[in-house]
Design a protein around this ligand. Structure first.
Ligand SMILES: O=C(O)CCC(=O)C(=O)O
Length: 267
């Protein structure tokens, strides 16, 4: 990570890491096949495996206990536990000690890994959010933050739902999220569930979102406070598939800094 990249992470809250995992693409794709194999036959989202559901979206169907598309994944949490080769890949790429440490000044600790599948036609939106709004119970938000490395395994484009970020929003503090929190194990299904998000009129004004298209094997690293989203996959045949590794880090100094002038709610 060069000084310019470090500056981008600090100032914008995200930075592209071109070609980061090109040498590991085969291993990453095999890991995804393993996850898809586990999901084959599933018709209702269970535990970490969330299926797509046309019309209502995978997240809402999961929370409502409603059927999804059989075997068609939207996301998998703790993907490194279900497919341990993912853990091996992030170790061999030295993500925690390399780019993450260079960004925040200390190595990160892997706390989660995800498959983010967004199949053609039915792949649903991920609405605007800050990852730190979903810090698990016991996560000390005063002492720690998170940094994510999101690696594209297929071309991520504007049409199939690449990530978009609001630059500088990582300095605004935690914004109010509306919607429902994820059910805890044992809690009954929700009747109507809305994926937690920052509504359009609460997004910072005067700052244009930046879309980050990526080639396979390229990555974007981002701070847990930066606002980001991904649009639905509107293509007929181009899956948008990615994996992400989430690291707990000492709370980055920039999240304590003053908000940029462009802060405030968009009306
Ligand atoms: O890949 C996506 O569509 C969403 C990813 C995301 O929100 C995240 O990694 O925090």
């Amino acid at each position: 990570m060069t000084d310019v990249e470090f500056h981008q992470m600090r100032e914008r809250g995200f930075v592209r890491l071109p070609g980061l995992a090109v040498g590991e693409l085969e291993r990453l794709r095999r890991a995804v096949e393993r996850l898809e194999g586990i999901a084959r036959g599933l018709t209702v989202s269970t535990g970490d495996f969330v299926l797509e559901a046309p019309g209502i979206g995978g997240w809402a169907a999961w929370q409502q206990g409603a059927r999804g598309l059989a075997g068609v994944l939207r996301s998998v949490a703790h993907a490194h536990v279900h497919a341990p080769e993912l853990d091996a890949v992030q170790r061999s790429l030295e993500l925690a000690e390399g780019p993450v440490a260079r960004a925040v000044g200390a190595p990160g600790t892997l706390v989660n890994a995800f498959l983010w599948a967004k199949p053609p036609v039915v792949g649903s939106e991920k609405p605007w959010h800050q990852d730190m709004a979903f810090a698990p119970p016991g996560f000390d938000v005063e002492a720690h933050g998170v940094v994510t490395v999101w690696i594209a395994l297929a071309p991520a484009t504007r049409r199939n739902g690449c990530l978009e970020f609001i630059p500088g929003s990582h300095r605004l503090g935690l914004l109010p999220h509306t919607g429902d929190r994820e059910r805890l194990p044992g809690e009954p299904p929700l009747k109507r569930a809305v994926e937690p998000h920052v509504p359009q009129d609460r997004l910072p004004s005067g700052v244009e979102p930046v879309a980050v298209p990526l080639d396979p094997g390229s990555a974007v690293m981002f701070d847990g406070m930066v606002l980001h989203r991904s649009a639905p996959n509107t293509t007929a045949a181009l899956p948008r598939t990615a994996v992400s590794f989430v690291y707990r880090v000492p709370r980055p100094s920039w999240t304590r800094g003053p908000a940029p002038a462009a802060g405030g709610a968009r009306r």
